[in-house]
Design a protein around this ligand. Structure first.
Ligand SMILES: Nc1nc2c(c(=O)[nH]1)N[C@H]1C(S)=C(S)[C@@H](COP(=O)(O)OP(=O)(O)OC[C@H]3O[C@@H](n4cnc5c(=O)[nH]c(N)nc54)[C@H](O)[C@@H]3O)O[C@H]1N2
Ligand SMILES: Nc1nc2c(c(=O)[nH]1)N[C@H]1C(S)=C(S)[C@@H](COP(=O)(O)OP(=O)(O)OC[C@H]3O[C@@H](n4cnc5c(=O)[nH]c(N)nc54)[C@H](O)[C@@H]3O)O[C@H]1N2
Ligand code: SF4
Ligand SMILES: [Mo]
Length: 711
């Protein structure tokens, strides 16, 4: 039986998998193991990776286009599907067409490289992605500080002596904006070499359990805490830019802004003792090297941009930006956005959303306002939607309102592998391949890797389902009124345009994403070819991260902007927070090792055992609210109401209720028999689309005021 060595595309960790497939007519996956020789993951894999064969084999996974006729889906040929799209979309052009791009599209070479072709042809301002329910504030802050939203500093996990994690649970999520397979091993190694780990999280997460110290912050308090740390650095004479003094602008502005945020002033709102904050600042400053890292708990909250900014302010003021063991800038082999000449400084707000006036960030509008744009009549109203690898009816705030809005569309197309909570609203669904039926290279995630690596995977299994890049080109043709699509001619056009953009010749004898990747490698910094990558099925190790400043910067000043106006303008909102009375009960989310946002709950080995879609509440709250462990509670917010099973645990801090997102399956007209048996509830029914991070419009998914009562 042949063994295939491929990179797992299911999350950001890029683990190497060793997959065996049976010989003969019906080729089936017979085993999935971690690839012990993978240069990055060294044999690590998680339960999701181990289930990749089950994802492929899932009988509910779509393999044929579905076209809705008289309100019911029927299987259709690809020709019929494109004809239905061309007919249904006729006359719908420009801003009337919205697109929502979901998270798996980032882990898929076809959609990552050809999605932009579709967007360009559509020419709509109504582009929405999962970024605005995720990391947009981090990229916004990085864009304004370093000049490009892809210039994100990642913790140098393998060399740091001190790791401060806020709002991240990488032991469960396997890391994000920090591509690092086997996070547990890497964190243990920090402690084994005498280093220290501190976790800031309203919940005692698995990562917090492994850490030396856990600070159970009030949700939304991170920017206050970080500002207080900055305050102490200045007040106690600890700020030290190290070798970066000539490259950093704005230090005095930051010092002035931090003046009011004393540890004592932020203590009530953060729920953390002033003494602990002061000590943490001193530890950070004293560590031989240290990295501060914030993730989803710091981005999808009321002060997401400020918290993201202050994380790197701290890295800079402790001399840890761009130095080994600190927060560093990876240099990917292909598509590295922040290398090469001719880069323009980041800008945002180049246009605004029609209904709420929310700013454009990275060419997108916030998903929190998609329903407004569909439901509000007037010039520029959205009348059609294309979803590509996205499930916004589960992933975005005020989920019920969005579902209602989708019912009012003139036409909807989904490119997806399941008939689920979102795609059930489509008129046509075009299936993608399974993850084993396509070649893979993690073009996006290597830009955030804690070590520079490159790894190409050929498809493990053949398929009749067209590759998604071809589907996207044919869809583009159908949407722009071309009756026939010459895929190869379109693809060559894409390659020629890309060649001009990357400054390399068109790669010969290749097509599709493979050709574009070959060109990106040729344009990249390591002089690698696809053949080089193919010759090393366990990956090419390009070494530990190396200092990249000032070369990686593309700010107008050529410096690190420590106090960019786009961020400092939001500080008054944070000052007001010092005097605000905290809500009695707030909702936060959580992840589970065997879950992947909304779309892997139909895989039996991943959903067995006890119900995971439960509400965690602290014993004091349970007593006060008369909630019983194993009983049910009713959770209400401005936007909705849910009944959820209760788990009483002191792992969450008092005043906080934790419900995971991604559930709420088993709806009418969906296809997912296993998921329907483990339905859970959709926590984003409670997320209020009016609550956003002001600078970016990113949804507040952590720290939502709720009322909790016994069911
Ligand atoms: N309350 C709350 N909400 C959250 C979060 C939270 O922490 N709390 N997290 C947010 C985050 S970080 C994210 S990234 C978003 C995710 O939000 P989304 O990206 O909207 O949702 P996913 O659950 O990732 O679903 C992706 C869709 O892609 C489909 N799919 C999977 N693989 C493929 C493929 O290869 N091709 C195609 N065409 N389709 C595919 C799946 O069937 C599914 O319909 O959710 C966000 N929502
Ligand atoms: N198993 C699994 N892995 C995943 C995913 C998945 O769904 N399942 N999703 C993937 C995706 S798309 C992403 S973006 C990443 C996300 O990766 P992470 O950012 O590591 O996500 P979480 O595991 O949700 O951890 C977020 C933590 O923030 C805490 N938190 C909530 N509110 C606050 C707050 O206000 N302040 C602070 N300091 N903490 C807060 C929560 O209690 C939680 O422990 O995970 C990826 N990996
Ligand atoms: S950690 Fe992520 S990349 Fe690694 S096996 Fe699990 S899902 Fe795949
Ligand atoms: Mo995400």
């Amino acid at each position: 039986m042949p063994t295939h060595h491929v990179t797992c595309p299911l999350c950001e960790a890029t683990c190497g998998l060793a997959i065996t497939v049976s010989d003969g007519e019906k080729r089936e996956v017979t085993s999935v193991r971690g690839d012990a020789r993978d240069v990055f993951s060294g044999g690590y894999l998680c339960p999701k990776g181990a289930s990749i064969g089950a994802v492929h084999a899932d009988p509910d996974r779509l393999r044929t286009p579905l076209v809705k006729r008289d309100g019911r889906f029927a299987e259709a040929s690809w020709e019929e599907a494109y004809a239905a799209i061309a007919a249904g979309m006729a006359g719908l052009r420009g801003d009337a067409v919205a697109v929502y791009l979901g998270n798996p599209g980032v882990h898929n070479l076809s959609t990552a490289l050809y999605g932009r072709v579709l967007l360009k042809a559509l020419g709509t301002k109504n582009i929405y992605t999962a970024s605005s329910v995720d990391q947009a504030p981090k990229q916004f802050a990085a864009g304004h500080m370093f000049g490009d939203p892809m210039t994100v500093a990642v913790p140098d996990l393998d060399r740091t002596d001190f790791l401060l994690l806020l709002g991240a649970n990488p032991l469960v999520s396997n890391g994000s904006l920090m591509t690092a397979p086997d996070v547990r091993g890497r964190l243990r190694a920090i402690r084994a070499r005498g280093g220290r780990i501190v976790v800031v999280d309203p919940m005692r997460s698995r990562t917090a359990e492994l850490a030396d110290e856990h600070l159970a912050i009030r949700p939304g308090g991170d920017a206050l805490l970080l500002f207080a740390l900055v305050h102490v650095l200045f007040a106690d004479g600890l700020a030290d830019l190290g070798g970066l003094a000539d490259v950093v602008a704005g230090v005095d502005e930051v010092r002035a802004l931090a003046a009011d945020f004393t540890p004592e002033a932020v203590a009530p709102a953060t729920g953390l003792p002033a003494e602990a904050i002061r000590r943490l600042a001193h530890e950070l400053a004293a560590a031989p090297s240290a990295a501060v890292y914030g993730r989803i708990g710091t981005t999808t909250q009321r002060f997401g941009s400020l918290a993201s900014w202050l994380v790197d302010v701290l890295n800079t003021l402790t001399g840890n930006l761009d130095r080994p063991g600190g927060a560093m800038f990876p240099l990917a082999a292909a598509g590295q956005a922040n290398s090469g000449p001719g880069r323009k400084p980041f800008r945002h707000g180049r246009w605004r959303s029609r209904v709420r006036g929310l700013p454009e960030v990275m060419g997108e509008l916030p998903a929190a306002t998609l329903a407004d744009e569909i439901a509000t009549p007037g010039d520029g109203q959205v009348r059609a939607l294309i979803t590509l690898a996205g499930n916004p009816c589960v992933s975005t705030p005020n989920a019920d309102r969005l579902a209602e809005a989708l019912r009012g569309l003139d036409f909807m197309v989904s490119v997806d592998v399941y008939l689920n909570e979102t795609t059930r609203h489509a008129d046509v669904i075009l299936p993608g391949t399974s993850p084993l039926e396509r070649a893979h290279y993690d073009i996006a995630l290597y830009q955030f890797a804690v070590r520079n690596v490159a790894n190409w995977s050929d498809a493990v299994l053949a398929t009749d389902v067209p590759q998604e890049w071809e589907t996207l080109l044919r869809l583009t043709a159908a949407l722009t009124g071309q009756s026939t699509a010459d895929i190869d001619a379109m693809d060559t056009f894409v390659a020629e345009q890309s060649a001009a953009r990357f400054g390399v010749p068109v790669a010969e004898n290749l097509r599709g994403p493979e050709r574009l990747l070959a060109m990106l490698l040729a344009a990249g910094p390591y002089d690698l070819t696809l053949d080089d990558l193919r010759a090393q099925p366990h990956g090419v190790d390009l070494g530990p991260l190396a200092p990249r400043l000032p070369g990686a910067l593309s700010t107008a000043s050529g410096k690190v902007e420590l106090a960019p106006p786009a961020l400092t303008a939001d500080v008054p909102r944070l000052v007001a927070e010092l005097a605000a009375a905290p809500a009695e009960m707030v909702l936060i989310g959580r992840r589970n090792l065997r879950s992947n946002n909304s779309w892997m709950h139909n895989i039996a080995p991943l959903v067995g055992g006890q119900n995971r879609c439960t509400a965690l509440v602290h014993p004091l709250d349970a007593q006060r609210l008369d909630l019983a462990d194993g009983g049910a509670c009713v959770v209400r917010s401005r936007t909705g109401k849910l009944t959820v099973p209760v788990e009483v645990t002191d792992a969450v801090r008092p005043g906080v209720i934790s419900i995971p997102h991604g559930w709420g399956h088993g709806l009418p007209d969906t296809r997912g028999s296993v998921a329907a048996d483990h339905a859970g509830v959709n926590s984003n029914v409670l997320a209020d689309e009016q609550l956003v991070d002001a600078p970016t419009g990113t949804a507040v998914l952590n720290g939502i005021p709720v009322e909790v009562t016994r069911a």
